[in-house]
Design a binder for this molecule. Structure first.
Ligand code: GCU
Length: 429
């Protein structure tokens, strides 16, 4: 590995003291990134080097998955035996006639009552099955398009973030509020289906001691503290994505061999964890996922492990808090999460003004995942150097795609154009 520094806890304290940074303040100065040594994805915990695809697949990949489960995201339950579904809406005349819109309910507990999630799908009016993009949304299915016939999701809504996580409900006024992030027409015009699910259907996004959402449906009832590796909300949302995939495998309109999972920000972290665990996802896209997503934890640039665990105590497993201010002790780093997707294509996108998410740390995780792709016979990241790519100039000719776009933390048309091109290339259409 090129990027090797020795990093001790003491050196961090000295470094912080020298820079005048308190442990709470975010660092945005590249010269103050602590020296660090990344764990090598191709060296087993017992020191054995991984030099062939078989050892990777049979030993190292499971080992890394277990480490991320235990120390970062927590343990998810297996797929339920029965997952009843019901197609509740089929509209053949969506988007002015160019698409079919479907709504599908998936119940979590083996019968058509109780907790469920609702999939919203747009399919092109062409010969099907077609490849698809699957992603969770923040604002409810109705936020994706201004169409008044989209069913409003029930339950908790984060309409009022400035006022705290209050129990808001979906409103008529918020129809289409996230439409700029979901260019449905372009996706359909390019011959893809879009499938999206409201993340609050799976787990409302606030710290309530795991009383709501799907956690209590599957957690063993026990007195006292939850185990340190009990699943957090990111694991729950990722589990929901896999349940959506369970449905897509049976939808005759969708080519389930070619489903790309994507997400923005906390839902980008979620898409990566879903893609790492569930090899049915043929392509994985991280949009501005930052800390706990594509960004290397050891760089401690922008948001840190300590900050994220303090602000969002429900996202990761409790064991992750052991690494608050001690990123060097983490047995994994996020380049290994990218490596878990290999040899399947992965695309990592950053935004130049999104320093909180550490664009350079996001790029480097792709860069350092590359050796695993190469070992498995894939092209990896098509770039020789670890210098940052130019802004708005995608590096997308390998199996690991990357771009840093100008502008803010968001999902834009530019981002989607790259994802569609990347999917075209890898789905060989
Ligand atoms: C916060 C959080 C990030 C997260 C983002 C989001 O900014 O600190 O880690 O990615 O919210 O999900 O919008």
């Amino acid at each position: 590995m090129v990027f090797v520094f020795r990093f001790t806890r003491l050196s961090l304290i000295i470094l912080l003291a020298a820079s005048g940074l308190s442990a709470q303040e975010a660092n945005y100065d590249e010269s103050k990134v602590p020296p660090f040594e990344l764990p090598d994805p191709l060296v087993m915990e017992d020191g054995t080097e991984v030099t062939d695809a078989e050892t990777w697949g049979e030993k190292r990949r499971p080992e890394l998955l277990a480490l991320f489960t235990e120390h970062v995201y927590g343990e998810s339950p297996p797929r339920p035996e029965d997952l009843p579904i019901e197609v509740t809406v089929v509209d053949d005349d969506a988007l002015g006639g160019k698409a079919i819109r479907k709504e599908v309910t998936v119940w979590f507990l083996g019968e058509k009552t109780g907790p469920s999630m609702s999939l919203l799908m747009y399919l092109p009016q062409i010969a099907r099955p077609v490849p698809a993009f699957l992603g969770l949304n923040f604002g409810g299915n109705h936020s994706v398009q201004p169409d008044p016939s989209i069913t409003l999701n029930a339950g908790w809504f984060r309409n009022n973030p400035g006022k705290g996580y209050v129990d808001n409900r979906a409103t008529e006024e918020s129809r289409g509020s996230a439409a700029s992030r979901w260019p449905v027409e372009m996706i359909v015009d390019r011959g893809y289906a879009l499938c999206t699910v409201y993340y609050g259907d799976i787990d409302p996004d606030y710290d309530d001691g795991f009383e709501n959402g799907i956690h209590p449906l599957f957690d063993e009832k026990s007195e006292g503290e939850r185990p340190g590796d009990a699943w957090g909300s990111i694991a729950a949302w990722a589990w929901g994505l896999s349940r959506a995939m369970d449905y897509l495998e049976h939808d005759e309109d969708v080519d389930a061999e070619h489903v790309a999972v994507l997400g923005h920000s906390r839902l980008g972290k979620t898409a990566l964890w879903a893609g790492a665990q569930d090899e049915r996802f043929a392509l994985v896209i991280s949009n501005n996922s930052g800390c706990g997503g594509a960004a290397l934890s050891r760089r401690a640039f922008g948001e840190t492990v300590q900050r994220i665990n303090a602000s969002f105590p429900h996202w990761f497993c409790d064991n992750f808090t052991r690494y608050n201010g001690r990123e060097d002790e983490l047995p994994v780093d996020q380049h290994q999460l990218i490596a878990l997707i290999a040899p399947r294509p992965v695309y990592i996108a950053s935004a130049a003004e999104d320093r909180w998410a550490d664009p350079r740390g996001e790029f480097l995780s792709g860069y350092f995942a590359d050796p695993v792709y190469r070992l498995l016979g894939a092209k990896g990241l098509d770039r020789e150097t670890d210098d940052m790519p130019e802004i708005d100039a995608p590096v997308d000719t390998g199996t690991i795609g990357y771009h840093i776009r100008s502008g803010r933390h968001d999902v834009t048309r530019f981002d989607w154009e790259q994802y569609l091109d990347f999917a075209d290339r890898h789905f060989a259409r």
